[in-house]
Ligand binder design. Structure first.
Ligand SMILES: O=c1ccn([C@@H]2O[C@H](COP(=O)(O)OP(=O)(O)O[C@H]3O[C@H](CO)[C@@H](O)[C@H](O)[C@H]3O)[C@@H](O)[C@H]2O)c(=O)[nH]1
Ligand SMILES: [Mn+2]
Length: 740
């Protein structure tokens, strides 16, 4: 009876589907009317003799509207068919039938990624509700830091009591730090209560001791990131014996991996680290499924592994299913979330992508099939060793380990600790192993972009794998997101660089993607890289209508013209659609305002600078870098975030463009409005005066930061001054031209 019930099912979100398609239809027609107006007014300008002064602003506005509309069009794909999924872990087969899982956790820099948080992520993964002999946790330490290694040993020691405690009392929060903060009581029957309280007290004491020991390790060590070290791979256990024996294992296996790094070798950042883990784990446990986690994302609900298996083991999905993606949810978000750290709009797209072939791989919180990453599906028949070596590198042991996927007769026979295995592991974690192989190109995580997640997922989809988005009611994972404006903009710049790198390669979603996947799916993939061009639109819209306003050049239809309604409709329909999406996902108007503001701020800074960075990279002036976000927050940033105000202590390159444009918008509105009063040309200039007014209101926090605030998070005086000079220069230039 039980077996006949499906492990998972899904349904289309019909109401949203209807709203989205109807909106797309109406908004699309209005956009056509807009371009009709633009083209006819352009032809008219060209026909009139003295046209040069008018032509340029009109063309610029047309370009900006074309870009906005093109990205809007791409974005409709992810709204086409939103679906929602359900998993039924209680219908899974017994533990003995569950497949093993390897967990990969990456850390890179102990100065930016606090050791205790990394260890909490590790411990939370060890606590997953899964048979312990089928769960292996690997920590990749890209910093090659001894302190991390020592702390991991302490984490293992603590896990030996924590994991059984959680299993016994079915503790619902897998991360100890979070558990002791919330004071959750276990759902046990009353007669266990006293025993539970006593054990909880004891385990809390052990956690405190563990915390102290980590703090001591950090205090004693010289914390530095090494770029020059040999590979270190160690199974963490008491006496170097009992950890490996899976029959007796009460808690999951824990392995420390620091791959070899040499200054002369490219290490390909996180993708490189994950590929080393893929190889090393193949020698040790070789689980068919892998959970990948960033060190700042811990397992919140221990049942995520079983939930993911509901999809991976569902015969309807299984053969083609590459990965199950969970959303990234954050524990450090507050109600105001002024920086839009939660990225609501991105995650709601994933439901739409799920209806088209699957969500984009998002770097962390996903259960992926090893076979999909290793690309072994194409070696199903017997292939010769030379060919395999060219693809997977020189380790025969590794090739044997993946051969289960095409001959299915290879079992791991070696004992860990044998010299031979250690030697093989060292080889697999060496920095030159990738050379002249297909690693990073056709095997494992792909290298060409710093958004290795997006790119690798894209290639998997192109190869015919599908993926599933699962957003359970209780978040499977919780992480920390940057809370300062600066970190958010730096992070966004990195992502944007990564998107440009993909678009400029031969794998551009709108060329390569269209050939390999459905049109709608590739449109979803294209939306991300093409969104970078918002910077062009927003620079035009933040400057041209304003400068034309003070010069009295009209760029929009008069109030009396029927086309005025078109513009009004487009503005309102876009905003109301956004408001509807915000409300449907349970948020308020504040979220709408924050998202609008951050969208513009990111476009005017991160998107632009990423473009410049990639251009410099192309001509050989700079090298790609992946600077991990700083997970250490100072009091100042926390204070600002909690008060719901921006921390404007970001570098001038971010602040000056924003402040200059703001001042220019305020000034142009005042001058323009004065001009309208004088000339009484209300109808002609109304729309145009509205643009700087909207910007002034939406970005009011900038005015506060420059003029009203006195705290440390205000805009620095030098930035305000420089911005004032820049905007005044631009304004006087425009005004002078006017009198000319
Ligand atoms: O050379 C490196 C650089 C980073 N990392 C790790 O990569 C993870 C992600 O780095 P983080 O600084 O937290 O970046 P985010 O911007 O928060 O990460 C998002 O964006 C990345 C792509 O840019 C994805 O890999 C991530 O999964 C996704 O959460 C962290 O665990 C790092 O330790 C490495 O292992 N090696
Ligand atoms: Mn992160």
């Amino acid at each position: 009876m039980e077996n006949s019930l499906p492990l998972s099912d899904w349904r289309v979100k019909n109401t949203e589907l209807v709203i989205n398609r109807l909106h797309a239809f109406l908004h699309g027609i209005a956009l056509l009317a807009l371009f009709y107006y633009r083209l006819s007014s352009l032809t008219q300008i060209i026909k009139t003799k003295d046209s040069t002064a008018l032509l340029l602003p009109h063309i610029l506005i047309l370009i900006s509207e074309l870009i906005l509309s093109f990205i809007w069009l791409l974005s409709q794909a992810s709204k086409w068919k939103p679906v929602i999924r359900k998993a039924y872990p209680e219908r899974l087969p017994g533990d003995e039938k569950l497949p093993p899982i390897d967990v990969f956790i990456c850390t890179a820099d102990p100065n930016k990624e606090p050791c205790l948080e990394v260890m909490n992520t590790v411990i939370s993964a060890m606590t997953l509700d899964y048979p312990p002999d089928k769960l292996q946790v690997y920590l990749s330490d890209d910093g090659g830091c001894l302190a991390t290694f020592q702390a991991l040993k302490q984490a293992w020691k603590f896990s030996k009591s924590w994991v059984p405690f959680c299993r016994k009392y079915k503790v619902n929060i897998a991360c100890p730090e979070a558990y002791f903060l919330t004071d959750e009581s276990a759902p046990v029957a009353m007669f266990h209560r006293t025993e539970f309280i006593a054990e909880k007290k004891e385990i809390k004491k052990r956690y405190m001791e563990f915390k102290e020991s980590v703090a001591k390790i950090i205090a004693d060590a010289r914390i530095s990131v090494s770029r020059d070290h040999p590979p270190v791979i160690e199974v963490i256990n008491d006496a170097n014996v009992d950890g490996m024996d899976s029959d007796k294992r009460k808690i999951p296996l824990l392995v420390y991996v620091a791959r070899e790094k040499r200054p002369s070798h490219p290490h390909h950042f996180k993708a490189g680290a994950l590929n080393v883990l893929l190889r090393v784990s193949a020698m040790i446990s070789n689980a068919p499924y892998i959970l990948i986690l960033d060190c700042d994302m811990y397992c919140n609900d221990p049942s995520s592994a079983r939930q993911a298996m509901c999809f991976h083991l569902n015969p309807e999905l299984s053969p083609k299913l590459g990965f199950v993606q969970f959303p990234q949810r954050f524990y450090n978000i507050n109600e105001t979330d002024i920086n839009d750290g939660q990225q609501r709009s991105v995650w709601s797209k994933w439901e739409g992508l799920d209806g088209l072939g699957g969500p984009i791989l998002s770097g962390t919180c996903f259960y992926i099939k090893r076979e999909a990453l290793c690309g072994t599906q194409k070696f199903r028949e017997d292939v010769d060793l030379i060919k395999l070596e060219k693809c997977f590198g020189s380790s025969y042991e590794f090739i044997k380990s993946i051969s289960i996927y095409y001959r299915r007769n290879y079992q791991i026979e070696h004992e860990f600790g044998e010299n031979k295995v250690q030697k093989e592991l060292q080889l697999l974690a060496s920095c030159s192993y990738d050379n002249d192989t297909k690693w990073g190109k056709e095997v494992g995580f792909r290298y060409i972009s710093v958004v290795e997640d997006y790119f690798t997922g894209f290639i998997l989809h192109c190869k015919g794998w599908i993926s599933v988005y699962y957003d359970p009611p209780r978040p499977g994972f919780l992480g920390a997101t940057p809370i300062s404006l600066n970190e958010i903009l730096v992070q966004q710049t990195r992502w944007s660089v990564g998107f440009y790198q993909v678009t400029l390669s031969r794998f551009s979603p709108l060329i390569y993607g269209l050939l390999k996947m459905s049109t709608f799916h590739s449109m979803c993939y294209a939306e991300f890289p093409y969104s970078q061009f918002y910077f062009l639109s927003f620079y035009v819209l933040a400057l041209i209508p304003q400068l034309c306003l003070i010069r009295g050049i009209s760029l929009y239809p008069e109030v009396s013209s029927p086309l005025f309604v078109v513009f009004l409709f487009i503005f309102l329909s876009a905003q109301l659609k956004h408001v509807q999406e915000v409300f449907v996902t349970g948020h308020s108007m504040k979220t709408w305002a924050n998202e609008q503001r951050m969208w513009m701020m990111k476009s005017l800074t991160s998107y632009l600078f990423a473009g410049l960075e990639v251009a410099m990279e192309k001509i050989g002036l700079t090298e790609t870098s992946f600077l991990p976000t700083n997970k250490v927050v100072d009091d100042q940033q926390t204070k600002c975030y909690q008060m719901g105000v921006y921390d404007f202590q970001a570098p001038a390159r971010f602040m000056v463009p924003l402040c200059s444009l703001y001042i220019l918008n305020v000034a142009s509105f005042i001058i323009g409005f004065g001009r309208i009063l004088q000339t009484q040309k209300w109808g002609e200039m109304l729309l145009q005066a509205f643009i700087p007014l909207f910007a002034t209101i939406l970005h009011f926090p900038l005015l506060e930061g420059m003029v009203l605030r006195q705290d440390k998070g205000r805009v620095s005086a030098s930035v305000s001054l420089l911005s004032a000079i820049i905007s005044t220069t631009l304004l006087s230039f425009a005004l002078l031209l006017n009198y000319y």
